[in-house]
Ligand binder design. Structure first.
Ligand code: URA
Length: 431
């Protein structure tokens, strides 16, 4: 078998066999198949798609590119939650400590930023010292002792995804249903999660712009989860406008920590309670969503979720003084407040434009392995449906370069649309 023939076959819109997919993923993982062939493969998949059968094979091949953790001798259930990617989406950072504080073991393997969408690992790394490269033994040990792990792909867990993810980020091959489904689900399968809540984002700032595409991705991932014997549910949530206020790594970390103190923008707080309730139900700790929600609220008000987060940060080598005092997070050199240009109602805050502007500021990568600037980003003050008066603050730009600041300010201003008529707020969840 040759990699080039597999690429050509996909280019010609033919269905790949399980053996071909396995050959390609194994070769890519061990370095026999170079990045340029893997990029061409990813582009062929993006352009020509994959059948459900091929997607399942791809997921299993990537999951088996490393070890598959069996955690049954450590804990009875391990929950995970994963987002399909969005702007300002720091949900995992708040929700995982919440559910762990409610007694559910959390073992999660997250990803880095992808295109215009931020990544949990990049956000966590804005805490100095926080390690996202735990070994399998460390993963198991921490899960057993602390009941919470939030790490990235290691050399021994789904390494094929780690490599493919980094390539997709910089080769225009992110928004592909089979590539997203396999990337997310191989990590869940490898990390041994027994109950998985998928937060599938839909809208202008999501890889799936329509409800129909979102449903397709959700169904595919739920089917793969069931095939692998994992309890899996998917929620379809809004990503037309950024979630919460903060966009950018440190800024989002601060907002996620503030949520654990009960101080967060209303949409983000509500989103987290709902997702946490689903995780608690699926993990068998809550009998229904209203009980799950009450548990999630309680762990914030009694401080146990924040304490769990401190435990997590300490266990993974992070400096917990940042959790206790968020003013320690690195600040950008320039902070510019942009005001509302005209009175009326906000009718759009285009999430993708905001996400792309954050990448321009340095919050994401243009090339594989590029360093990122944790301090830059935006604070978005207004939501769709808000009534606004000219002159009040609309958003803040946090930048380390004056020219980039100007560029980002113009694009984020253009992401906002105004109307004289009343505009309904956007729903948080669709299904
Ligand atoms: N999250 C992932 O882990 N992979 C994707 O491809 C998209 C979102």
């Amino acid at each position: 078998m040759r990699a080039v023939d597999i690429i050509i076959k996909k280019r010609e819109k033919q269905e790949l066999t399980s053996q071909e997919i396995e050959f390609f993923i194994n070769g890519f993982t061990n370095g026999d198949i170079p990045d340029y062939q893997a990029s061409a493969f990813a582009m062929a998949v993006l352009l020509n798609g994959m059948t459900a059968h091929e997607t399942k094979d791809l997921t299993l091949a990537m999951a088996h590119s490393g070890q598959i953790l069996d955690l049954s001798n450590i804990v009875d259930v391990v929950v995970d939650k994963h987002s399909s990617g969005g702007v300002g989406d720091k949900t995992s950072i708040s929700v995982m400590p919440m559910v762990a504080a409610c007694g559910l073991p959390v073992g999660k393997m997250s990803g880095r930023g992808l295109g215009f969408s931020g990544g949990t690992l990049d956000k966590l790394e804005s805490i100095p010292g926080y390690r996202v490269d735990l070994t399998t033994d460390e993963f198991k040990q921490q899960l057993k002792e602390k009941g919470i792990v939030l790490t990235g792909q290691s050399l021994d867990l789904a390494p094929a995804d780690g490599k493919m993810y980094a390539l997709r980020d910089v080769t225009g091959t992110v928004p592909s249903t089979p590539l997203i489904a396999s990337s997310i689900m191989c990590k869940k399968i490898a990390a041994g999660a027994t109950a998985i809540v998928l937060d599938v984002k839909v809208g202008l700032g999501a890889f799936m712009e329509t409800l129909e595409e979102g449903r397709k991705l959700a169904k595919l991932m739920v089917d793969i989860g069931h095939l692998a014997g994992r309890k899996t549910v998917a929620l379809l949530s809004d990503m037309n406008q950024p979630l919460g206020s903060a966009v950018g790594n440190s800024l989002e970390m601060i907002e996620a920590i503030q949520l654990l103190r009960g101080q967060a923008p209303a949409d983000y707080y509500e989103h987290c309670l709902h997702v946490a309730a689903h995780v608690l139900v699926l993990g068998g700790r809550a009998k229904d969503l209203s009980v799950g929600r009450a548990m999630a609220e309680q762990c914030i008000s009694d401080g146990s979720a924040l304490e769990k987060f401190r435990v997590l940060v300490q266990a993974q080598g992070g400096d917990i003084s940042y959790v206790d005092d968020v003013s320690k997070f690195g600040h950008a050199k320039y902070i510019k407040v942009v005001n509302v240009p005209r009175s009326g109602f906000i009718s759009q805050v285009h999430a993708r434009i905001v996400g792309e502007a954050a990448v321009t500021l340095g919050a994401g990568r243009a090339k594989k392995g590029d360093p990122i600037d944790h301090a830059v980003g935006f604070i978005i003050h207004k939501k769709v449906g808000d009534k606004v008066k000219a002159g009040e603050p609309l958003f803040e730009v946090h930048a380390n370069d004056e020219k980039k600041l100007e560029e980002a300010r113009d694009s984020v201003l253009s992401a906002h649309k105004f109307s004289d008529e009343f505009v309904s707020p956007l729903p948080l969840f669709y299904e």
